[in-house]
Design a binder for this molecule. Structure first.
Ligand code: ATP
Length: 290
């Protein structure tokens, strides 16, 4: 997704909140929007999620399915948790059975089963926030946008947020999250966007030149490239490049087909210091540096 010279103000004649933002977020990437109160982080996130439209400029290549978690979940609707989530699943384009399955899965995952029959206005702030997370995940989003998602969550539930983010990244999605509490230390591979004076600047980490860097080549099945790259980035590694898949040699082509993915060894070595053994066959190779 790209923001091209995006400008936004609330109302004609009002001050420009964003005045020419150009930024790009690719699949498998997570960016954290930082900035002082009122700088325009929520505005930026709403533009990326498609909740707001730019007054000038444009947002292009936004993934079709966007999960949007506002800072405050609007819990003033007279539905039970189950009814609300099922309706949201349907709005996201799921059929009835798929919506029911997704609601079962995410209420279980987020510890919401005891609250399924509770009406939204009767939920605590933290539980309502979890319902907000669940509705964004019912249909795996190509872009997940989270506005201060840790607000209102207890310490046990706060750990869920990076888990959901990892899941979206592993599926090849992108994530944009705002944070003023420093919670994104839990996302060590994230890009950092600073919102100030109506513009977004990216902090580039050049690394400490005194620290030696090792390059590890990793071979993975082609179908797992996006998830592997996402996980490596989420773990704080610097992925240098991804090479195109190699064609197996003729002798290998005549040999039995490779084992199914489920039986394959894990694509990422258990330690970044251990290169995966053997040459690439039908996978892509990449290099990763810490
Ligand atoms: N609906 C609105 N109508 C008018 N002005 C708005 C609206 N929403 C936000 N603003 C103004 O736009 C500016 C940016 O607000 P925004 O909520 O995007 O900042 P923020 O960085 O997310 O702040 P915070 O960290 O406090 O949530 C602020 O001056 C705010 O008052």
């Amino acid at each position: 997704m790209r923001l091209e010279n995006v400008r936004l103000r609330y109302g004609r004649g009002g001050p420009w909140v964003l005045r020419g933002v150009t930024a790009r977020l690719d699949p498998g990437e997570v960016a954290v929007a930082l900035g002082r109160n009122g700088a325009g982080k929520s505005t930026l996130l709403q533009l990326c999620a498609g909740v707001l439209r730019p007054v000038r400029g444009r947002v292009v290549d936004r993934p079709r399915h966007v999960g949007w978690v506002p800072e405050r979940f609007p819990a003033d609707q007279p539905f039970t948790v189950t009814r609300y989530l099922t309706a949201m699943g349907r709005v996201a384009g799921l059929g009835r059975a798929d919506a029911d399955r997704a609601v079962d899965r995410w209420t279980d995952r987020l510890g919401l089963i005891p609250f399924r029959g509770v009406r939204l206005p009767d939920l605590s702030k933290g539980t309502a926030q979890k319902v907000g997370l669940a509705q964004a995940m019912l249909r795996t989003p190509g872009l997940l946008v989270l506005d201060e998602p840790w607000e209102g969550l207890d310490s046990a539930a706060r750990g869920l947020v990076p888990e959901l983010i990892d899941e979206v990244l592993a599926d090849g999605g992108a994530v944009l999250v705002s944070d003023h509490r420093g919670e994104t230390v839990r996302l060590p591979g994230a890009r950092h966007w600073t919102v100030a004076d109506g513009l977004v600047t990216e902090e580039t980490t050049t690394g400490d030149p005194a620290v030696a860097v090792a390059v590890v080549e990793v071979a993975v099945p082609a179908a797992r490239v996006a998830g592997t790259v996402a996980r490596l980035r989420a773990d704080g590694h610097h992925v240098l490049r991804v090479r195109e898949p190699t064609v197996p040699p003729a002798s290998a082509a005549a040999s039995p087909p490779p084992a199914p993915a489920a039986a394959s060894p894990p694509p990422v070595p258990p330690s970044a210091g251990e290169p995966a053994g053997g040459p690439a066959r039908s996978g892509r190779t990449g290099e990763v540096a810490r």
